[in-house]
Design a protein around this ligand. Structure first.
Ligand SMILES: Cc1cc2nc3c(=O)[nH]c(=O)nc-3n(C[C@H](O)[C@H](O)[C@H](O)COP(=O)(O)OP(=O)(O)OC[C@H]3O[C@@H](n4cnc5c(N)ncnc54)[C@H](O)[C@@H]3O)c2cc1C
Length: 503
């Protein structure tokens, strides 16, 4: 990438990504620092990230929007589990209501960022439709999500080129694609498959039949689309207080459910099996098709709003096959069991390619950074990379709950630095600390990313997945010995900082 000729624009904080994390971060940061120069760089031509990218039928959340939405903006729709256009609309409103539009630069894809300790600044190179641009900033806040936008994950399927019909990955769904009257096989058992299948059987374009072909089952639970308690709270206490109460309620309920499932996995498994059995026709082979090898909540549970997925199975429009693929054939898929699945369309709901920090090449004082060498501190700072915070949310409950917490931590940290006159902070991890992947999940996408993502450790270096635990941490001391502050203008500041931490 060629360095642009004119003097780079200067900012205090650059937020990368205008998805739900980046927009939320912008709101917290602008509120905390009205005087700072802030910009949001978004590589795509629209805001919304995930909620603008995916176009497959039925694309929706699988969290309730009372916890997935922002703390500062009530979710007003009746449906607690919502389709992407509604989430996108909510994000547009958040931008408008908080006057963030002027900060967002669309079509600015960040390619490289280099930190200079001498200047306490990042030099950030972007690609735009008008050519390459460069800016500098004291801080980067990365709301870049956790997966590649340009390609979803598809394993190699023998004979793929022999198949005569269309093969579609949900991440690249052709808008308006007509599957009416077709036999569809969806490969995968995750949230995407569970969303797609009932959606492809409704409306004018309904498919003739949809088969979910899974190698490994997932936990799926019917869940009310409308949260009647939320409606009651809103009626009794008004929009804002009703939302806050619902959010509080759902956070603790979710925590309680997760804790119980983790403590008594066999009981959890038995309860889920019972619910599944009740939702399916008598004699349905629940033990083959709904019996994952892992414990409940080792991965996020798949929710089926108002049991739509189970209804599709009951009606006969959909079916599940648990088997392994031998190869694609001209007319479908040959299975290891010897059976053949006929198909006109194959949907590969086989997942995402995990990538943190949006594929940006990072360097610190001239040395390239390998993300896998860094350890995440308080879920947001990275060892060896000064003045960079990353938004990695929860993976077993609403992603955004964590992002709200770490945004507040970030603002408190920057306020502290401003008060003491520091312009940079780095975190140092004890090399002897035991580490494991930052996304420590059994899900395929997390497993595949082990070599390219940062690590987590113990104590403050642990990637907590618990909102109550994180909320407690946030209220605790802001500083500890891992933080190394410095100032390019005040020599005495660094040592003062260390003394302040110890005090
Ligand atoms: C289909 C689907 C459904 C999901 N449902 C849920 C759910 O119900 N609940 C839940 O908690 N989580 C869910 N998730 C996870 C979900 O992605 C996150 O919860 C959330 O949307 C992530 O928001 P984000 O802003 O952090 O990242 P994203 O939505 O991925 O947004 C990142 C933004 O950063 C931009 N960006 C990235 N790199 C660069 C760069 N180098 N330069 C400039 N811009 C860049 C991208 O273009 C994008 O706009 C779902 C994920 C998928 C794929």
């Amino acid at each position: 990438m060629n360095a642009p000729k004119q003097r780079p624009e200067e900012f205090d904080i650059v937020i990368i990504g205008a998805g739900i994390s980046g927009i939320g971060a912008a709101r917290y940061i602008v509120e905390a620092f009205p005087g700072k120069r802030v910009v949001v760089l978004e590589g795509r031509d629209n805001i919304g990230g995930t909620w603008d990218l995916f176009k497959y039928p039925g694309i929706r959340s699988d969290s309730d929007l009372h916890t997935f939405g922002y703390e500062f903006k009530p979710w007003k729709d009746r449906a607690a589990i919502a389709e992407a256009p509604k989430i996108l609309n909510y994000l547009r409103e958040a931008v408008e209501e908080n006057d963030l539009g002027g900060l967002i630069r669309l079509g600015h894809s960040v390619r490289r960022a280099e930190w200079s300790s001498a200047d306490a600044r990042w030099t950030i190179d972007m690609h735009t439709a008008d050519g390459d641009k460069r800016i500098t900033a004291n801080w980067i806040f990365a709301g870049t999500g956790y997966y590649r936008y340009d390609e979803g994950y598809t394993p190699h399927f023998e004979g793929r080129e022999d198949f005569a019909g269309d093969i579609i990955h949900p991440q690249h769904w052709p808008e308006g694609y007509d599957y009416s009257g077709k036999k569809v096989v969806v490969i995968g058992s995750g949230a995407t498959a569970v969303t797609l299948i009932p959606s492809m059987l409704t409306g004018e374009r309904a498919a003739a039949h949809v088969t979910m072909l899974q190698r490994t089952p997932t936990y799926v639970l019917p869940w009310p689309k409308v949260d009647s308690l939320a409606l009651l709270y809103t009626r009794l206490f008004g929009e804002r207080r009703g939302y806050a109460l619902t959010r509080f309620n759902n956070i603790w309920m979710d925590r309680g459910v997760v804790k119980s499932l983790r403590t008594f996995p066999r009981l959890g498994r038995a309860i889920i099996r019972r619910v599944n059995k009740k939702s399916l026709p008598k004699g349905y082979d629940v033990d083959t098709h709904f019996n994952p090898p892992y414990d409940p909540w080792d991965q996020r549970l798949c929710l089926s709003p108002d049991g739509d997925f189970f209804a599709a199975l009951r009606d006969g429009g959909a079916s599940i096959v648990t088997d392994r693929i031998t190869r694609f054939t001209e007319s479908g898929i040959q299975l290891e069991s010897g059976a053949h699945l006929d198909a006109d369309v194959i949907v590969t709901a086989t997942g995402l390619n995990v990538r943190l920090l949006g594929g940006i090449d990072l360097a610190v004082d001239g040395a390239p950074v390998n993300l896998a060498d860094s350890v995440v501190y308080r879920g947001t700072l990275l060892s060896g990379i000064p003045n960079l915070a990353i938004a990695i949310g929860y993976t077993t409950s609403s992603w955004t709950l964590k992002v709200g917490i770490l945004c507040r931590y970030f603002c408190n940290l920057v306020k502290h630095m401003d008060a003491f006159g520091y312009d940079s902070v780095a975190v140092e991890a004890d090399p002897a600390m035991e580490t494991r992947p930052v996304m420590d999940l059994s899900a395929g996408y997390a497993q595949r990313a082990r070599e390219s993502t940062p690590k987590q450790g113990t104590g403050m270096w642990q990637m907590s997945m618990s909102y109550p635990q994180d909320a407690k941490l946030l209220r605790g001391p802001l500083l500890d010995d891992a933080l190394r502050f410095s100032s390019t203008t005040d020599e005495s500041a660094s040592s003062t900082a260390r003394e302040a931490i110890r005090a």
